[in-house]
Design a protein around this ligand. Structure first.
Ligand SMILES: C[S@@+](CC[C@H](N)C(=O)[O-])C[C@H]1O[C@@H](n2cnc3c(N)ncnc32)[C@H](O)[C@@H]1O
Length: 223
């Protein structure tokens, strides 16, 4: 396989990054506006994500095979809306920057952002045998598309906030959740602290997407 690099915008501690590495990408570069000393990828730039793309368009087109973007979801999540959070909506401007690169991409977000995403694909932890539902939505673009696996029925109860999970209960990794160690084991994110987990997507989601990106890129090459 050729040398395949991913650019992970809004990387945080690298939940998405880890999945692309597991899928077989050789290197992942993270970009986040905050320092991320726990970032698990190969290279990191502390920078505004959109400005990073616009300032480095030629290098990005040359170097990367695929771009992942997880613009902050606080603007769209119900709890933050109740708290009148004023995080800017970055989905539209992020898409515009991604389209300028001409590269295949996904934009990931939470349920509240679905109306802003184009034909989003829903992923759920149960599709990958995880003990969490954590629905996340992925807009694919730049010539790439993919389908979700079958969605198993939600049979497990979710643990109530502030209580440790009982056997068989699913964790909601939001707010000041209990069970960081359980989530680390379940998702395979042992380098993350609670702050990183709260923001992250389970690597299994991007491992699944990444494998399909690689077969898309292989098909493009042989076409
Ligand atoms: C939802 S988290 C991303 C989680 C990540 N995909 C993962 O799986 O671990 C969003 C991240 O965007 C970062 N962020 C917010 N605004 C940004 C901006 N304008 N430029 C770059 N990063 C930004 C935040 O610091 C936060 O780490």
């Amino acid at each position: 396989m050729a040398h395949l690099e991913v650019l992970d915008l809004y990387s945080c501690q690298g939940g998405a990054t880890r999945g692309y590495k597991l899928a077989g990408f050789t290197s992942v570069t993270g970009v986040d506006k905050d320092p991320q000393p726990r970032y698990c990828g190969d290279e990191f730039h502390q920078h505004d994500a959109i400005a990073y793309v616009l300032e480095n368009l030629d290098e990005i087109r040359r170097r990367y095979a695929f771009i992942h973007a997880s613009p902050p979801c606080q603007f769209d999540s119900d709890c933050q809306r109740i708290m009148r959070n004023d995080h800017p909506d970055l989905i539209g401007p992020t898409r515009e920057a991604l389209e300028l690169t001409g590269l295949p991409y996904v934009i990931e977000n939470v349920g509240g952002a679905v109306p802003k995403l184009r034909d989003p694909v829903e992923l759920c932890g149960t599709m990958f045998g995880l003990q969490t539902y954590r629905h996340r939505y992925f807009e694919a673009g730049g010539g790439f598309s993919f389908q979700a696996p079958e969605h198993p029925e939600h049979a497990a109860r979710q643990v109530k906030m502030g209580r440790s999970p009982r056997p068989g209960e699913f964790i909601q990794a939001i707010g000041n959740f209990s069970g960081v160690g359980i989530v680390r084991d379940d998702w395979g994110v042992h380098w993350m602290n609670r702050d990183g987990i709260r923001e992250a997507i389970p690597p299994a989601y991007t491992e699944y997407i990444g494998r399909q990106v690689i077969s898309h890129l292989n098909q493009e090459q042989t076409a």
